[in-house]
Design a protein around this ligand. Structure first.
Ligand SMILES: C[S@@+](CC[C@H](N)C(=O)[O-])C[C@H]1O[C@@H](n2cnc3c(N)ncnc32)[C@H](O)[C@@H]1O
Length: 280
């Protein structure tokens, strides 16, 4: 499995976007996925846990608040603005979490340090995902456990394909590509091989489907854009263009609307795997 590459160059959230991300996206799907992933693994009290690509830290915070009794949690991300927001949130909740800046494909930790390693919706953004998996394997203790989730391709998320197409039409190709970027083309077989090729065993693959809701197509656009690298561009969009975009989006999302707004499924692959017990 050497040909797996991520073509995402810069899906980088800045400005007020970490707060928007936490407010608009975390409750709807990142939080339920973090709870599911934590439950699948159930880290033991007293263990050392790493959350790679932690963002605003929902996985680190979920582990820290669920597994009490001295669990030591570190959250790592390469975006200092996400980490700043993560730190503010953990302090407000009275959680002790170590937040550290670093690259997933060059983890700033010694070999065999962690008992559990989580990476929620991070793999698809790494320029070298296979190298990141090797690094995750390196920093886990022998017998340590990996827990990943990776959203399924955009084919399983037609409402996002519609949003991306409308953005492409009204804002530009880059905006459309940006909205498609979080959805990798990786199927279950590809993900399985990536994880096994990095040295993991006892792989368990599970598909999780939840429903995502927004009060209207306009709010779907506004919240997704505000929580993404498109925030600045959308703010400075001419009023006429924005209105046209909203009109078209309303029309093309018609079949996803009910009396409470827009609703559609979100599907993610979850993987749990172990580093060999006798690994040296
Ligand atoms: C979709 S967010 C997921 C955040 C978090 N895991 C969650 O569940 O909310 C993707 C995260 O990956 C981070 N990221 C992207 N490339 C990275 C890299 N090379 N090393 C570390 N973090 C990275 C981004 O900064 C962002 O916070």
């Amino acid at each position: 499995m050497e040909d797996v590459q991520s073509d995402v160059e810069s899906w980088k959230i800045s400005g007020n976007s970490p707060a928007a991300y936490e407010k608009y996206l975390v409750p709807g799907f990142f939080k339920p996925w973090a709870e599911k992933l934590t439950a699948l693994v159930s880290p033991a009290p007293g263990s050392e846990v790493l959350d790679v690509a932690c963002g605003t830290g929902i996985v680190a915070r979920t582990v820290s608040s669920t597994v009490k009794n001295g669990v030591r949690v570190t959250g790592l991300d390469n975006n200092p603005e996400m980490l700043k927001h993560a730190s503010k949130l953990s302090k407000n909740s009275g959680l002790e979490i170590n937040w550290q800046q670093g690259e997933a494909y060059q983890l700033p930790f010694e070999d065999h340090r962690f008992d559990y390693l989580f990476c929620q919706q991070g793999m698809q953004f790494f320029p070298e995902p296979q190298q990141a998996l090797k690094e995750m394997h390196r920093v886990l203790k022998p017998g340590g456990r990996l827990a990943l989730n990776i959203i399924r391709s955009i084919d399983y998320h037609p409402a996002f394909e519609i949003l991306a197409n409308e953005l492409e039409k009204h804002v530009g190709e880059t905006a459309g590509n940006m909205m498609r970027a979080p959805f990798p083309e990786w199927d279950q077989k590809t993900i399985r091989s990536m994880v096994e090729d990095a040295g993991f065993e006892n792989l368990l693959l599970h598909i999780e489907i939840i429903s995502m809701r927004f009060p209207s197509p306009e709010e779907f656009l506004r919240r997704e854009a505000a929580s993404s690298p498109l925030a600045g561009e959308m703010e400075s969009l001419e009023t006429d263009i924005r209105n046209q975009l909203i009109n078209d989006l309303n029309r093309s999302l018609e079949s996803y609307q009910d009396d409470n707004g827009v609703v559609f499924p979100m599907e993610t692959v979850m993987i749990v795997a172990d580093k060999k017990n006798n690994y040296r």
